[in-house]
Ligand binder design. Structure first.
Ligand code: 9PG
Length: 895
């Protein structure tokens, strides 16, 4: 029997789809696994000799499904439940080589894309304790050998597009979720699967009769990888009550220049510098980082570098008109901290000892920092008090660091709480103390439990004043999580989808100084471009005294661009082009603001690349566009990007190019009237009806070259005695092309001038505008009724043109170009007499009827239309879109 997919891209379940495989649980101290096959519907599955029920509630949404997972102790004894796993098969991906998003557990954890190879997650070389700082579990069990690991969520598909699958845990602070993936086998039909497991970590003792909701697992398939991630984040945020409406934050942070040596004078000097250049550096927040505290854990007591304590600091910052922010590591404490000296039982335990949270020789006498146990209500009360006090002295912005410590694998006072719950409880206590209006920033924070409590979240490793890692000794396994600008950029890009769906993304600090840094100027600008284009918070971290004018301007530009991008989030927010592409290649991030698209391409490779902006922008917008470099000021003096229609630029290693791509503002559309804007050709229809013989004769003489197009009119009108009323009545029978009003509306909306170019007569055009109530500007010949006679005058003869018409379209287009240098001229037409000379003068032609073959005879490139012929990236001069009536034109422009 064919299994009903959980998520499927097609109703007949032949395309990309996710099938349920099994449910398994891990119980007892030894951690053995037990499996039950096939999740087909909402279900209760029995495990552990009937002692444990796993309750699944399935919600289907076509291309996606969610499974709510709960557990219940149905037995008579307390039962340790370690984890529950749901296994799936992803089929129909159509790709021979797949990549996946390897998403990290906490802020600093590696988040990037990898090949879904047979090797699986590399073994961690430096022991479980260190692994446990960056991963949910320190020791992945033998069941995970050969599997790839991604925490919370993963996305799998081919780089460059195609069907993709997402499996993710909508974490709300009940439990942590881990996604494991590996290439699967061939099924009966020869299709290769990807095996995906979602594991929910319970790690609790469940009392008899107790029931616990773990988290919900979402599975989804689709062809738009960005949309899969964005939708996941949106739902996740909704479930967890995300705080996503905080105002955009821009500021200054002490850490990445002064580090732990910061003192009161440094801070005040920088504050003064910002006060004296408010418009030059338009920021609103001053945040003091690590270095002020007496010891880790005693946040209200300063060291000798801040002799007056914290209150005056907050006060001067606020009096200067800035928001005051401060760094703490609230769940960390040194052995000598007052909190641990007075309450030695407040630490999480490792056996009989305190649980070590991190090692930092600068932070404590023995170098160790220990983790507080937030499953104790006294600890929560203490935390609430600390943050109430910090708020009372004026700090309304809290950078909460090393938050993973609350949920390390350790012995806690309350074994019925999950680790995720411990973290959430700790954060909620801080929120109670700091107040609902305070801005809480998570850092070093496992993401799930913080959604709904924090306003901002650090979404990557620390930046550093150098591109690659800058450590005398690198601890094996931490190469890609310790401070480095490269690693920060990787995470900023790969987590862009979270911004304003879960919180405000904090990309970490911008550094622009040219001195006292090993970040080369083009590397600093790559970081600047990525921060600006992803629209997250913008804090910079330099000693302002070191900055020159261009550097200050760069700060300002990043703050302003960041604000602009943030303003459109989350709808229309920034996206990675090719989210499953390689992090070691050029990565492109785009954001659409109004009619413009912003685009930054960062060369993450170690050699030069040549960048084709237009290719990168593919699909972003219809029609030709202008490409202007962003940070023009800061880049002045560098080689200018080429201004060709398809700009290319060579990027050296670690260099970026950021540009604003705007639809060319100087577009103009020239549109023929008879047979193009109108369905019938007004003049020839009338003359054919009234003077059929004379018309045939004159037309033959015109064809024979006896006279030109205007002289033909003169001959024709010499004997034309049709009464005015009859002409007017005839005009009432003329239909406009169904696309005519659409074209007028589109041009108005885009502020693109539209000019009707007609070798017909103004008399008709005026009447038809009134009849249809469609106003347009035009150029044409003149016709008026004088007593009993029709009199005509040419609208613009052009002896230099072979067209011979009364109103030479080429001359009109050339005149426009002279008045609007650089204009991009579009011509829409159908005839081979007057339209041909106009079409040959235009940059882009929409042609139908006899104009199309007339142009191709003259070697003009043609594209079949309508509908599938947007102006291509490589905007070619005189491309002719064939067969496009005005309705087709609308389709071709994806109006
Ligand atoms: C202050 C700093 C800054 C910085 C934070 C955090 O060992 N580690 O992996 C590690 C990572 C980050 C880190 C320190 C150590 O920096 O991210 O912005 O506030 O603390 O000490």
């Amino acid at each position: 029997m064919m299994q009903r997919p959980l998520a499927s891209s097609t109703p007949d379940a032949r395309g990309a789809r996710i099938l349920p495989l099994h449910v398994a649980v891990c119980t007892g101290e030894s951690g053995g696994w037990e499996e039950r096959a096939h999740v087909l519907s909402s279900d209760v599955l029995r495990f552990a000799d009937g002692a444990l029920d796993v309750i699944l509630v399935r919600h289907d949404h076509g291309e996606a499904a969610t499974l709510d997972v709960s557990i219940m102790n149905a037995g008579a004894d307390p039962l340790r439940v370690q984890a529950v796993e749901l296994a799936f098969d992803f089929l129909g991906h159509e790709a021979s080589s797949l990549r996946f998003l390897r998403h990290g557990w906490q802020s600093w954890s590696f988040t990037g894309t990898r090949a879904l190879d047979e090797a699986g997650e590399p073994a961690f070389p430096s022991g479980p304790w260190l692994r446990g700082m960056y991963h949910c579990v320190g020791v992945p069990g033998p069941r995970r050998e050969g599997w790839h690991e991604s925490e919370i969520v993963s996305l799998v598909g081919a780089s460059g597009g195609g069907p993709a699958a997402l499996v993710g845990v909508l974490e709300t602070g009940s439990a942590f979720g881990i996604v494991y993936l590996r290439p699967g086998g061939l099924d009966a039909a020869g299709e290769r699967s990807v095996r995906i497991v979602a594991e929910l970590r319970a790690e609790i003792v469940l009392e008899p009769g107790a029931r616990r909701d773990l988290e919900s697992v979402r599975v989804a398939v689709g062809s738009d990888a960005n949309a899969l991630l964005e939708r996941f984040a949106e739902l996740w945020g909704e479930r967890a009550g995300a705080r996503r409406d905080a105002i955009y934050r821009s500021g200054w942070c002490s850490w990445y220049h002064f580090f732990r040596d910061v003192n009161e004078d440094d801070l005040l000097r920088n504050l003064d510098a910002m006060v004296s250049d408010r418009s030059g550096i338009p920021i609103s927040l001053i945040q003091l980082d690590d270095g002020y505290q007496r010891t880790i854990g005693d946040w209200l007591h300063t060291n000798e570098k801040f002799p007056r304590g914290l209150a005056p600091i907050a006060q001067v910052i606020r009096e200067a008109g800035f928001e005051a922010g401060i760094w703490t590591a609230p769940f960390a404490a040194s052995a000598e901290s007052r909190v641990l000296v007075e309450h030695p039982d407040w630490a999480l335990k490792h056996g009989d000892h305190w649980q070590r949270g991190t090692l930092n020789p600068d932070w404590s006498a023995d170098g160790w920092v220990y983790a507080l146990d937030t499953s104790r209500t006294e600890v929560l009360g203490y935390l609430e008090g600390v943050f109430r006090e910090l708020a009372a002295i004026g700090f309304t912005y809290q950078k909460l660091d090393f938050l993973y410590m609350a949920c390390m694998e350790a012995g806690a006072h309350d074994p019925a709480q999950t680790r995720a719950e411990r973290l959430r409880a700790g954060l909620l206590a801080i929120r109670r103390g700091a107040g609902t209006d305070a801005f809480l920033l998570g850092c070093g924070c496992p993401l799930g439990p913080a959604v709904g409590v924090v306003d901002g979240m650090r979404i990557g490793p620390d930046v550093a004043p150098c591109w690659d890692m800058d450590q005398p000794r690198v601890i094996p396994g931490l190469e890609r999580v310790l401070p480095s600008t490269r690693s920060a950029i990787r995470s900023i890009l790969n987590r862009v989808f979270m911004h304003r769906r879960l919180w405000l993304n904090d990309p970490d600090c911008l550094m622009v100084r040219g001195r006292q840094t090993r970040l080369l100027p083009h590397e600093a600008r790559s970081l600047a471009d990525v921060i600006a284009l992803t629209g997250g918070m913008t804090l910079f971290s330099d000693d302002v005294a070191l900055l020159g004018d261009a550097e200050r301007r760069l700060v300002r530009e990043v703050v302003e661009l960041g604000r602009e991008v943030d303003a459109i989030a989350p709808r229309g927010s920034a996206r990675l082009i090719d989210p499953l592409g390689s992090d070691d290649a050029t990565r492109v991030v785009t954001a659409g603001v109004g009619r413009d698209a912003l685009l930054a391409s960062v060369n993450m490779s170690e050699g030069p690349v040549t960048l084709d902006f237009a290719l990168g922008a593919q699909g972003l917008m219809p029609g030709p566009h202008t490409v202007e470099p962003i940070h023009a000021a800061a880049r002045a003096g560098e080689r200018a990007p080429e201004q060709s229609a398809v700009p290319t630029r060579k990027l050296i290693a670690h260099e970026s190019a950021a540009c604003r791509i705007a639809p060319a503002r100087d577009w103009v559309v020239f549109c023929d009237f008879d047979g193009t804007f109108s369905v019938q050709d007004v003049g020839s229809t009338l003359v054919r009806a009234r003077l059929p013989e004379r018309r045939a004769e004159l037309w033959q003489r015109y064809e024979d070259g006896e006279f030109d197009a205007w002289e033909y009119y003169v001959e024709l009108f010499s004997g034309f005695d049709c009464p005015r009323e009859e002409v007017d009545a005839f005009l009432g029978t003329i239909d406009l092309d169904p696309g005519a009003s659409e074209l007028v509306a589109w041009c108005a909306k885009q502020a693109v001038p539209l000019r009707i170019l007609s070798d017909g007569f103004d008399y008709n055009l005026e009447r038809l505008q009134a009849i249809y109530d469609i106003p347009f500007e035009y150029a044409s010949n003149h016709l008026e009724f004088e007593g009993t006679q029709w009199r005509i005058e040419p609208g613009g003869r052009n002896p230099d043109c072979g067209c011979g018409t009364g109103c030479c379209k080429r001359a009109k287009i050339d005149a426009w170009r002279a008045a609007h240098p650089g204009a991009f001229c579009v011509h829409v037409g159908n005839g081979r007499v007057s339209d041909l000379c106009g079409a040959l003068a235009a940059d882009l032609v929409f042609a139908k009827d006899s104009l199309a073959p007339a142009l191709s005879e003259r070697g003009r490139a043609t594209v079949p239309g309508p509908g599938e012929s947007p102006v291509s990236d490589s905007e070619r001069k005189n491309v002719v879109v064939v067969g496009a009536g005005l309705a087709g034109l609308a389709a071709a422009w994806r109006l």
